[in-house]
Design a protein around this ligand. Structure first.
Ligand SMILES: [Fe+2]
Ligand SMILES: [Fe+2]
Length: 232
């Protein structure tokens, strides 16, 4: 009986996650509206200064993702969610370190660069989330889908700019990791989102994250004039 109930519950959670992913994809598909040619010609004409500004945004995203996931580990008792967050934190910290190495190799100084000051609206929002279901839905399922999409564009931009080393880091390490974070989040959320109430809060948290992330991306595009903004 217990197993039967368990089976029905997890199927419901899975169906919910599929539905949520489709809703998120619908929202995120507008990111692909950036005409690729604009992006590539900007990359070819771009100076190191413009690239440095984008890489600092990338560093900020990476460390903020590590910071929030790490802070949630002790306050998320659900073991699979806790483990997914812990691994996520470690991977994002590694992305920061690997990227910082490449940035320095470009001759860009990170002296005095404080990537957490001030916290982005995305980090500020994530800090308000108290439950595992919201945390996983927003930070792993939604944010990592957004990051993967943005980084796929950023990779094309880096290739067009002739930044082979940094492009390789995104292609071989960062982008596959972001996809894994998203998948891990989906698997955990399928277990957690087993009731209509849990599904509602997951949906709300994911939608809000995407909305805030989108506003932050538009603001960054306006500020830097860049046609693509990296995720994390
Ligand atoms: Fe990352
Ligand atoms: Fe990430």
């Amino acid at each position: 009986m217990g197993e039967l109930v368990q089976g029905i519950v997890s199927m419901d959670g899975k169906a919910f996650v599929e539905q949520l992913k489709a809703e998120n994809e619908k929202f995120l598909s507008k990111l692909d509206a950036v005409p690729l040619m604009n992006s590539l010609s900007a990359a070819k004409g771009g100076a190191i200064g413009g690239l440095a500004a984008l890489l600092k945004i990338a560093l900020k995203n990476e460390i903020e993702a590590a910071e929030i996931a790490a802070s949630w580990v002790p306050t998320t008792p659900e073991i699979d969610a806790k483990l997914a967050l812990a691994r996520h934190a470690g991977d994002e910290a590694r992305h920061y370190q690997l990227l910082a190495e490449k940035v320095r190799a470009l001759g860009v100084s990170l002296e005095g660069f404080d990537p957490l000051a001030p916290p982005s609206p995305v980090l500020a929002y994530l800090r308000t989330l108290d439950t595992a279901v919201e945390r996983v839905a927003a930070a792993l399922v939604a944010r990592e889908a957004m990051g993967a999409r943005r980084n796929a564009q950023f990779l094309k931009f880096l290739e067009a700019a002739g930044q082979k080393e940094i492009a390789r880091l995104y292609r071989d390490v960062i982008n596959p990791d972001e996809e894994r974070h998203h998948q891990a989040g989906c698997a955990v959320l399928a277990q957690l989102a087993s009731t209509p109430a849990a599904q509602d809060s997951a949906r709300r948290a994911a939608a809000r994250l995407l909305e805030i992330g989108d506003q932050a991306r538009s603001a960054a595009m306006e500020k830097t004039g860049a046609p693509v903004i990296p995720g994390c």
